[in-house]
Design a binder for this molecule. Structure first.
Ligand code: C2E
Ligand code: MG
Ligand code: MG
Ligand code: MG
Length: 286
């Protein structure tokens, strides 16, 4: 009887696994065609200044619709990184975000855009040049872009990554460390890179009642010494907002303020505070 159950579990497990392998295989070949088939779009999520509730930046987040269904980026980005499609996709993201910035500037808006970049893109020796070429082509201000790099990629020595980051900063772009607290980057990495923004991962915001608050406190303590600003990710409740505010966190991002939305929706919701950004943008890092 017992043996029987175990066997059934095993069969079930391998069926799920086989389904996952099959799914990944078909998604992996479909993602290669996503750019050509115009299946990608960007949505934007505001990043709010804690002190006055204004929107000071937006994060561009990629959406892929495949066979009428939205496939989450946590599923398709790793596949695109594995099969190399991330290069073309990453370029598409850059160009679209930069185009968006261009049209915002024409509308008299001055909003920073945060762009997620995969480590695989950094391994491309042409990456920094392509950023520079796009910024020149669309005549946008480089300092209106933040490049978000997930903390986990700093776990091992990556001289090429560090060099590319320096080059982007020389062009005038800002650098954010994303999902901070989930990887292995040390204080020295933050200091060496002159990181401008540290984004505390949602998992800590989720447990501010337990050890999450201690992590945020530590990150805030370092912020003043190492001269970076802090964003808390995944803020969903007014209680979390109040706690993060009390801890001195500079910027907040999460469903409490807005889900990621198409740009045209966002502008309706945040129009007035978008306008005031241009007055502050020269004095603010974000
Ligand atoms: P991320 O860069 O850390 O982005 C934040 C994620 O948290 C987004 O998920 C966002 O929708 C979600 N989020 C924001 N506020 C809340 C909240 O209050 N509660 C909850 N539960 N979630 C919240 P999304 O859009 O599914 O993206 C997931 C990840 O995929 C991103 O994490 C990023 O690592 C990656 N990604 C997204 N777009 C791109 C892209 O254009 N390029 C690359 N390389 N990676 C991307
Ligand atoms: Mg991000
Ligand atoms: Mg994150
Ligand atoms: Mg992430």
């Amino acid at each position: 009887e017992n043996k029987h159950t175990q066997k059934a579990d095993y069969v079930l497990f391998s069926k799920d696994l086989a389904e996952k392998v099959q799914r990944d295989f078909s998604l992996s070949s479909a993602i290669r065609k996503a750019v050509a088939n115009k299946q990608l779009k960007l949505v934007y999520q505001p990043i709010i200044e804690t002190s006055n509730g204004e929107c000071h930046a937006v994060e561009a987040l990629l959406r892929w619709e495949h066979n009428g269904k939205a496939v989450p980026p946590d599923v398709f980005i790793p596949l695109a990184e594995k099969n190399g499609a991330i290069r073309e996709i990453g370029y598409w993201v850059l160009e679209n975000a930069i185009q968006q910035q261009h049209s915002m500037m024409q509308d008299g808006l001055n909003i920073k855009i945060c762009i997620n970049v995969s480590i695989v893109q950094f391994e491309d020796p042409e990456f920094v040049n392509s950023v520079k070429a796009l910024i020149d082509q669309y005549k946008v201000d480089a300092s209106l872009f933040h490049i978000e790099i997930t903390e986990s990629v700093f776990s091992s020595d990556k001289p090429k990554l560090l060099q590319a980051i320096k080059q982007l900063q020389t062009l005038g772009l800002f650098i954010s460390i994303d999902d901070f607290g989930t990887g292995y980057s040390s204080l020295s990495v933050i200091q060496d890179l002159g990181v401008n923004i540290v984004k505390v991962d949602r998992s800590f915001v989720n447990r501010l009642d337990s050890n999450g608050a201690a992590i945020v406190k530590a990150v805030m303590l370092m912020a003043n010494e190492l001269n970076y600003k802090v964003v808390a990710e995944g803020v969903e409740t007014p209680e979390q907002e109040a706690k993060l505010k009390a801890l001195g966190v500079h910027y907040l991002q999460g469903y409490l303020f807005s889900k990621p939305q198409p740009y045209t929706h966002l502008i309706k919701q945040f129009g007035p505070s978008f306008q005031s950004i241009s007055n502050n943008s020269l004095t603010s890092a974000l």
